[in-house]
Design a protein around this ligand. Structure first.
Ligand SMILES: Nc1ncnc2c1ncn2[C@@H]1O[C@H](COP(=O)(O)OP(=O)(O)OP(=O)(O)O)[C@@H](O)[C@H]1O
Length: 362
Protein backbone atom coordinates (compact mmCIF):
# COMPACT_ATOMS: atom_id res chain seq x y z
CA UNK A 1 0.00 0.00 0.00
CA UNK A 2 1.53 3.30 -1.05
CA UNK A 3 1.99 6.45 1.03
CA UNK A 4 0.16 9.56 -0.12
CA UNK A 5 -3.22 9.82 -1.77
CA UNK A 6 -4.89 7.10 -3.85
CA UNK A 7 -8.12 7.44 -5.81
CA UNK A 8 -9.53 4.23 -7.24
CA UNK A 9 -12.38 4.08 -9.72
CA UNK A 10 -14.00 7.30 -8.48
CA UNK A 11 -17.28 7.96 -10.27
CA UNK A 12 -19.78 10.75 -9.67
CA UNK A 13 -23.07 11.37 -11.43
CA UNK A 14 -24.69 14.79 -10.96
CA UNK A 15 -27.93 15.90 -12.59
CA UNK A 16 -27.99 12.70 -14.67
CA UNK A 17 -24.50 13.34 -16.10
CA UNK A 18 -21.33 11.42 -15.31
CA UNK A 19 -19.06 14.21 -14.07
CA UNK A 20 -16.19 12.04 -12.80
CA UNK A 21 -15.80 8.84 -14.72
CA UNK A 22 -13.85 5.94 -13.19
CA UNK A 23 -11.00 8.13 -12.01
CA UNK A 24 -7.72 6.56 -10.78
CA UNK A 25 -4.93 8.70 -9.34
CA UNK A 26 -1.84 8.11 -7.19
CA UNK A 27 -0.23 11.13 -5.53
CA UNK A 28 3.00 10.23 -3.76
CA UNK A 29 3.70 11.61 -0.30
CA UNK A 30 5.11 15.14 -0.53
CA UNK A 31 4.20 15.50 -4.19
CA UNK A 32 2.31 18.45 -5.72
CA UNK A 33 -0.11 17.29 -8.39
CA UNK A 34 -2.23 19.64 -10.50
CA UNK A 35 -5.61 18.64 -11.86
CA UNK A 36 -5.61 20.63 -15.10
CA UNK A 37 -8.43 20.89 -17.60
CA UNK A 38 -11.04 23.12 -19.19
CA UNK A 39 -13.99 24.53 -17.30
CA UNK A 40 -16.54 21.86 -16.44
CA UNK A 41 -14.25 18.83 -16.85
CA UNK A 42 -14.77 17.71 -13.24
CA UNK A 43 -11.72 19.09 -11.40
CA UNK A 44 -13.55 20.72 -8.51
CA UNK A 45 -15.89 17.74 -8.17
CA UNK A 46 -12.88 15.44 -7.84
CA UNK A 47 -11.29 17.74 -5.24
CA UNK A 48 -14.50 17.88 -3.24
CA UNK A 49 -14.68 14.10 -3.24
CA UNK A 50 -11.10 13.93 -1.88
CA UNK A 51 -12.01 16.45 0.83
CA UNK A 52 -15.21 14.63 1.75
CA UNK A 53 -17.62 17.42 0.72
CA UNK A 54 -19.15 15.11 -1.88
CA UNK A 55 -19.64 11.36 -1.79
CA UNK A 56 -18.64 9.38 -4.86
CA UNK A 57 -21.18 6.98 -6.38
CA UNK A 58 -18.40 4.43 -6.74
CA UNK A 59 -14.72 4.14 -5.93
CA UNK A 60 -12.38 4.65 -3.00
CA UNK A 61 -10.33 7.46 -1.45
CA UNK A 62 -7.25 6.26 0.48
CA UNK A 63 -4.74 8.37 2.40
CA UNK A 64 -1.53 6.62 3.42
CA UNK A 65 -3.34 3.39 2.71
CA UNK A 66 -6.33 4.09 5.01
CA UNK A 67 -9.78 4.31 3.40
CA UNK A 68 -11.61 7.61 4.01
CA UNK A 69 -14.33 7.32 1.35
CA UNK A 70 -17.18 7.60 3.84
CA UNK A 71 -15.53 9.86 6.45
CA UNK A 72 -16.93 13.41 6.84
CA UNK A 73 -14.57 16.32 5.97
CA UNK A 74 -13.80 17.32 9.56
CA UNK A 75 -12.57 13.83 10.37
CA UNK A 76 -10.34 13.48 7.32
CA UNK A 77 -6.63 14.35 7.36
CA UNK A 78 -7.27 16.87 4.59
CA UNK A 79 -7.59 20.67 4.46
CA UNK A 80 -9.00 22.73 1.65
CA UNK A 81 -8.10 26.23 0.42
CA UNK A 82 -10.88 27.80 -1.60
CA UNK A 83 -10.82 30.21 -4.51
CA UNK A 84 -12.34 33.10 -2.50
CA UNK A 85 -10.25 32.51 0.63
CA UNK A 86 -13.31 33.16 2.84
CA UNK A 87 -11.45 34.88 5.70
CA UNK A 88 -13.51 36.30 8.55
CA UNK A 89 -13.36 40.09 8.05
CA UNK A 90 -13.94 40.89 11.74
CA UNK A 91 -11.11 38.64 12.97
CA UNK A 92 -7.39 39.36 12.97
CA UNK A 93 -5.00 37.19 10.98
CA UNK A 94 -4.14 35.39 14.22
CA UNK A 95 -7.78 34.63 14.99
CA UNK A 96 -8.54 33.55 11.43
CA UNK A 97 -5.71 31.03 11.51
CA UNK A 98 -6.49 29.90 15.07
CA UNK A 99 -10.16 29.31 14.32
CA UNK A 100 -9.91 25.63 13.29
CA UNK A 101 -7.70 24.79 16.28
CA UNK A 102 -10.08 26.51 18.70
CA UNK A 103 -12.94 24.40 17.29
CA UNK A 104 -10.82 21.39 18.17
CA UNK A 105 -10.57 22.73 21.72
CA UNK A 106 -6.78 22.70 21.87
CA UNK A 107 -5.13 24.44 24.86
CA UNK A 108 -4.59 28.20 24.34
CA UNK A 109 -0.84 27.99 24.56
CA UNK A 110 -0.63 25.24 21.93
CA UNK A 111 -2.95 27.22 19.63
CA UNK A 112 -0.72 30.30 19.94
CA UNK A 113 2.46 28.31 19.28
CA UNK A 114 1.08 26.57 16.24
CA UNK A 115 -0.40 29.75 14.76
CA UNK A 116 2.84 31.67 15.27
CA UNK A 117 4.87 28.85 13.70
CA UNK A 118 2.67 28.59 10.64
CA UNK A 119 2.49 32.37 10.15
CA UNK A 120 6.29 32.47 10.23
CA UNK A 121 6.41 29.74 7.58
CA UNK A 122 4.23 31.82 5.22
CA UNK A 123 6.13 35.04 6.08
CA UNK A 124 3.23 36.81 7.75
CA UNK A 125 4.43 37.23 11.33
CA UNK A 126 4.38 41.02 10.90
CA UNK A 127 0.65 40.89 10.06
CA UNK A 128 -0.42 38.73 12.97
CA UNK A 129 -2.65 41.50 14.40
CA UNK A 130 -3.88 42.89 11.05
CA UNK A 131 -7.40 42.47 9.73
CA UNK A 132 -7.99 40.96 6.27
CA UNK A 133 -8.97 44.37 4.82
CA UNK A 134 -5.57 45.75 5.88
CA UNK A 135 -3.50 43.25 3.87
CA UNK A 136 -3.09 42.60 0.13
CA UNK A 137 -4.84 39.91 -1.91
CA UNK A 138 -1.65 37.83 -2.06
CA UNK A 139 -1.23 38.09 1.71
CA UNK A 140 -4.87 37.12 2.24
CA UNK A 141 -4.26 34.01 0.18
CA UNK A 142 -1.23 33.16 2.32
CA UNK A 143 -3.45 33.54 5.42
CA UNK A 144 -5.91 31.09 3.84
CA UNK A 145 -3.00 28.71 3.21
CA UNK A 146 -1.79 29.12 6.81
CA UNK A 147 -5.29 28.39 8.07
CA UNK A 148 -5.22 25.07 6.20
CA UNK A 149 -1.61 24.18 7.13
CA UNK A 150 -2.09 24.87 10.83
CA UNK A 151 -4.39 21.85 10.99
CA UNK A 152 -1.38 19.73 9.95
CA UNK A 153 -3.29 17.79 7.32
CA UNK A 154 -1.74 14.90 5.42
CA UNK A 155 -3.22 16.18 2.17
CA UNK A 156 -3.65 19.83 1.18
CA UNK A 157 -6.35 20.62 -1.37
CA UNK A 158 -6.28 23.89 -3.32
CA UNK A 159 -9.17 24.91 -5.57
CA UNK A 160 -8.04 27.56 -8.09
CA UNK A 161 -6.43 29.45 -5.20
CA UNK A 162 -4.99 32.21 -7.37
CA UNK A 163 -7.92 33.14 -9.57
CA UNK A 164 -8.75 36.30 -7.62
CA UNK A 165 -5.26 37.76 -8.08
CA UNK A 166 -3.93 39.84 -10.96
CA UNK A 167 -1.50 38.23 -13.42
CA UNK A 168 1.76 39.41 -11.79
CA UNK A 169 0.67 38.53 -8.29
CA UNK A 170 -0.53 35.09 -9.43
CA UNK A 171 3.00 34.25 -10.50
CA UNK A 172 4.50 35.42 -7.21
CA UNK A 173 1.96 33.71 -4.99
CA UNK A 174 2.18 30.43 -6.93
CA UNK A 175 5.93 30.44 -6.34
CA UNK A 176 5.29 31.12 -2.62
CA UNK A 177 2.81 28.23 -2.45
CA UNK A 178 5.24 25.87 -4.18
CA UNK A 179 8.09 26.87 -1.86
CA UNK A 180 5.99 26.48 1.28
CA UNK A 181 4.59 23.16 0.04
CA UNK A 182 8.10 21.81 -0.59
CA UNK A 183 9.40 23.08 2.73
CA UNK A 184 6.53 21.51 4.67
CA UNK A 185 6.68 18.42 2.42
CA UNK A 186 2.93 18.15 2.24
CA UNK A 187 1.06 16.02 -0.30
CA UNK A 188 -0.93 18.52 -2.38
CA UNK A 189 -3.64 18.47 -5.02
CA UNK A 190 -4.00 21.80 -6.83
CA UNK A 191 -6.89 22.49 -9.20
CA UNK A 192 -6.33 24.91 -12.07
CA UNK A 193 -7.43 25.54 -15.64
CA UNK A 194 -4.22 27.53 -16.28
CA UNK A 195 -1.63 25.37 -18.04
CA UNK A 196 1.13 27.85 -17.38
CA UNK A 197 0.46 27.65 -13.65
CA UNK A 198 0.36 23.83 -13.73
CA UNK A 199 3.61 23.56 -15.71
CA UNK A 200 5.37 25.96 -13.33
CA UNK A 201 4.61 24.36 -9.98
CA UNK A 202 3.74 20.67 -10.41
CA UNK A 203 5.69 17.51 -9.81
CA UNK A 204 3.07 15.83 -11.98
CA UNK A 205 -0.02 17.00 -13.86
CA UNK A 206 -3.23 15.08 -14.49
CA UNK A 207 -4.86 16.56 -17.59
CA UNK A 208 -8.61 16.04 -17.37
CA UNK A 209 -11.24 15.99 -20.08
CA UNK A 210 -14.89 15.01 -19.59
CA UNK A 211 -14.33 13.53 -16.13
CA UNK A 212 -11.41 11.35 -17.19
CA UNK A 213 -7.64 11.63 -17.11
CA UNK A 214 -6.20 12.12 -20.59
CA UNK A 215 -2.59 11.96 -19.39
CA UNK A 216 -0.75 11.89 -16.07
CA UNK A 217 2.89 12.89 -16.36
CA UNK A 218 5.56 15.33 -15.23
CA UNK A 219 5.48 18.79 -16.86
CA UNK A 220 8.36 18.09 -19.24
CA UNK A 221 6.91 14.82 -20.56
CA UNK A 222 3.46 16.36 -20.84
CA UNK A 223 4.79 19.21 -22.96
CA UNK A 224 7.21 17.21 -25.08
CA UNK A 225 5.19 14.00 -25.52
CA UNK A 226 1.50 14.81 -25.25
CA UNK A 227 -0.17 11.42 -25.58
CA UNK A 228 -3.41 12.69 -27.08
CA UNK A 229 -4.35 15.46 -29.44
CA UNK A 230 -6.46 17.00 -26.67
CA UNK A 231 -3.41 17.31 -24.38
CA UNK A 232 -1.24 18.58 -27.24
CA UNK A 233 -3.79 21.29 -27.90
CA UNK A 234 -4.53 22.19 -24.27
CA UNK A 235 -0.94 22.39 -23.02
CA UNK A 236 1.18 24.98 -24.82
CA UNK A 237 0.80 26.12 -28.43
CA UNK A 238 0.77 23.58 -31.24
CA UNK A 239 0.54 23.75 -35.03
CA UNK A 240 -1.71 20.92 -36.23
CA UNK A 241 -1.14 19.96 -39.84
CA UNK A 242 -2.97 17.40 -41.97
CA UNK A 243 -0.01 15.67 -43.58
CA UNK A 244 1.93 12.53 -44.39
CA UNK A 245 5.29 11.86 -42.79
CA UNK A 246 7.62 10.03 -45.17
CA UNK A 247 11.19 8.92 -45.19
CA UNK A 248 13.38 9.99 -48.12
CA UNK A 249 16.97 9.14 -48.90
CA UNK A 250 18.07 12.19 -46.90
CA UNK A 251 15.78 11.74 -43.89
CA UNK A 252 12.16 12.34 -42.97
CA UNK A 253 9.81 14.93 -44.45
CA UNK A 254 6.37 16.24 -43.61
CA UNK A 255 4.41 16.20 -46.88
CA UNK A 256 1.66 18.83 -46.74
CA UNK A 257 0.33 18.06 -50.25
CA UNK A 258 0.43 20.15 -53.45
CA UNK A 259 4.16 19.59 -53.59
CA UNK A 260 4.90 21.30 -50.26
CA UNK A 261 7.42 19.16 -48.40
CA UNK A 262 9.13 20.25 -45.15
CA UNK A 263 12.26 18.44 -43.98
CA UNK A 264 11.84 17.14 -40.44
CA UNK A 265 14.64 16.01 -38.14
CA UNK A 266 12.68 13.91 -35.66
CA UNK A 267 9.12 12.76 -36.28
CA UNK A 268 7.73 10.41 -33.64
CA UNK A 269 6.63 8.06 -36.44
CA UNK A 270 6.51 7.65 -40.20
CA UNK A 271 3.02 7.55 -41.59
CA UNK A 272 2.43 7.16 -45.27
CA UNK A 273 -1.30 7.75 -44.93
CA UNK A 274 -2.78 11.12 -44.01
CA UNK A 275 -2.75 11.87 -40.29
CA UNK A 276 -2.37 14.82 -37.99
CA UNK A 277 1.09 16.16 -37.34
CA UNK A 278 1.77 18.42 -34.37
CA UNK A 279 4.70 20.85 -34.46
CA UNK A 280 5.51 23.17 -31.53
CA UNK A 281 6.27 26.77 -32.62
CA UNK A 282 9.80 26.51 -31.21
CA UNK A 283 10.37 23.47 -33.46
CA UNK A 284 9.64 25.47 -36.63
CA UNK A 285 13.14 26.53 -37.61
CA UNK A 286 14.33 29.07 -40.14
CA UNK A 287 17.31 27.63 -42.02
CA UNK A 288 19.94 29.28 -44.17
CA UNK A 289 20.55 26.36 -46.54
CA UNK A 290 18.53 25.61 -49.63
CA UNK A 291 16.85 22.38 -48.54
CA UNK A 292 14.18 23.93 -46.31
CA UNK A 293 10.63 24.51 -47.57
CA UNK A 294 9.90 27.96 -48.97
CA UNK A 295 7.83 30.17 -46.69
CA UNK A 296 6.66 33.77 -46.56
CA UNK A 297 6.52 35.67 -43.28
CA UNK A 298 3.03 37.16 -43.05
CA UNK A 299 2.97 38.40 -39.47
CA UNK A 300 5.54 39.32 -36.82
CA UNK A 301 4.65 39.75 -33.14
CA UNK A 302 7.42 40.80 -30.75
CA UNK A 303 7.22 38.87 -27.50
CA UNK A 304 10.01 40.54 -25.55
CA UNK A 305 13.03 38.24 -25.71
CA UNK A 306 11.73 36.33 -28.77
CA UNK A 307 9.45 36.85 -31.75
CA UNK A 308 6.30 35.02 -32.71
CA UNK A 309 5.88 34.86 -36.48
CA UNK A 310 3.28 33.43 -38.83
CA UNK A 311 4.68 31.69 -41.90
CA UNK A 312 2.73 30.96 -45.06
CA UNK A 313 3.90 27.66 -46.57
CA UNK A 314 1.54 27.95 -49.53
CA UNK A 315 -0.94 25.31 -48.40
CA UNK A 316 -1.02 26.15 -44.68
CA UNK A 317 0.23 28.77 -42.26
CA UNK A 318 2.29 27.85 -39.20
CA UNK A 319 3.24 29.74 -36.09
CA UNK A 320 6.91 29.91 -35.05
CA UNK A 321 8.86 31.25 -32.09
CA UNK A 322 12.21 32.55 -33.28
CA UNK A 323 15.08 34.68 -31.98
CA UNK A 324 14.89 38.47 -32.31
CA UNK A 325 17.58 38.50 -34.97
CA UNK A 326 15.68 36.00 -37.15
CA UNK A 327 12.78 36.39 -39.56
CA UNK A 328 13.70 39.86 -40.81
CA UNK A 329 13.35 38.95 -44.52
CA UNK A 330 10.06 38.30 -46.28
CA UNK A 331 10.96 34.96 -47.88
CA UNK A 332 12.68 32.28 -45.80
CA UNK A 333 13.25 28.53 -45.76
CA UNK A 334 11.99 26.37 -42.90
CA UNK A 335 12.34 22.89 -41.49
CA UNK A 336 10.78 21.18 -38.48
CA UNK A 337 13.08 20.19 -35.64
CA UNK A 338 10.53 17.73 -34.30
CA UNK A 339 7.04 16.56 -35.20
CA UNK A 340 4.46 14.57 -33.25
CA UNK A 341 2.36 12.18 -35.27
CA UNK A 342 -1.26 11.56 -34.19
CA UNK A 343 -3.49 8.79 -35.50
CA UNK A 344 -7.07 8.72 -34.25
CA UNK A 345 -6.03 11.52 -31.88
CA UNK A 346 -3.40 9.37 -30.13
CA UNK A 347 0.36 9.88 -30.32
CA UNK A 348 2.04 7.35 -32.61
CA UNK A 349 5.59 6.26 -31.87
CA UNK A 350 7.62 4.35 -34.45
CA UNK A 351 5.84 2.88 -37.46
CA UNK A 352 5.24 -0.60 -38.80
CA UNK A 353 5.60 0.82 -42.32
CA UNK A 354 9.03 2.29 -41.60
CA UNK A 355 12.18 0.21 -41.97
CA UNK A 356 13.70 -0.32 -38.49
CA UNK A 357 16.11 2.40 -37.49
CA UNK A 358 15.11 4.78 -40.26
CA UNK A 359 13.41 7.25 -37.93
CA UNK A 360 14.94 9.24 -35.13
CA UNK A 361 12.15 8.79 -32.59
CA UNK A 362 13.21 10.91 -29.68
N1 LIG B 1 -24.76 19.71 -8.06
C1 LIG B 1 -24.65 19.59 -9.38
N2 LIG B 1 -25.67 19.16 -10.15
C2 LIG B 1 -25.55 19.04 -11.47
N3 LIG B 1 -24.41 19.30 -12.16
C3 LIG B 1 -23.35 19.73 -11.45
C4 LIG B 1 -23.41 19.90 -10.03
N4 LIG B 1 -22.18 20.33 -9.62
C5 LIG B 1 -21.41 20.43 -10.73
N5 LIG B 1 -22.11 20.06 -11.83
C6 LIG B 1 -21.60 20.04 -13.21
O1 LIG B 1 -20.48 19.21 -13.25
C7 LIG B 1 -19.54 19.65 -14.22
C8 LIG B 1 -18.16 19.67 -13.61
O2 LIG B 1 -18.11 20.65 -12.61
P1 LIG B 1 -16.74 20.98 -11.85
O3 LIG B 1 -17.01 22.15 -10.96
O4 LIG B 1 -16.20 19.75 -11.23
O5 LIG B 1 -15.83 21.40 -13.06
P2 LIG B 1 -14.42 22.11 -13.08
O6 LIG B 1 -13.57 21.30 -13.98
O7 LIG B 1 -13.93 22.34 -11.71
O8 LIG B 1 -14.77 23.47 -13.79
P3 LIG B 1 -14.44 24.98 -13.38
O9 LIG B 1 -13.00 25.19 -13.76
O10 LIG B 1 -15.37 25.76 -14.24
O11 LIG B 1 -14.70 25.10 -11.92
C9 LIG B 1 -20.03 21.00 -14.69
O12 LIG B 1 -20.60 20.83 -15.97
C10 LIG B 1 -21.09 21.38 -13.67
O13 LIG B 1 -22.11 22.13 -14.27
Amino acid sequence: MSDGLTLRGITKVLGGRTIVDGFDLEVRRGELVCLLGPSGCGKTTTLRIIGGFLRPDAGEVLIDGTPYTHTPPERRPTAMVFQNYALWPHMTVFKNVAYGLRLRKLPKREVAERVERVLASVNLTHHIHSYPAQISGGEQQRVALARALVLEPKVLLLDEPLSNLDAKLRVRVREDIRQIQQRVGITTVFVTHDQDEALAISDRIAVMNNGRIEQYADPHALYREPETRFVADFVGTMNFLEARVRSTGQGAVVDLGDGVVVPCAAPTALLDTPGTVGVRPEDVQIVADGDGAKARIVRVMPRGHYKEIVLDLGVVTVRAFVGLEQGTEEEVRVRFGRALVYVDDRLRRGSPTAPTGSVAAS
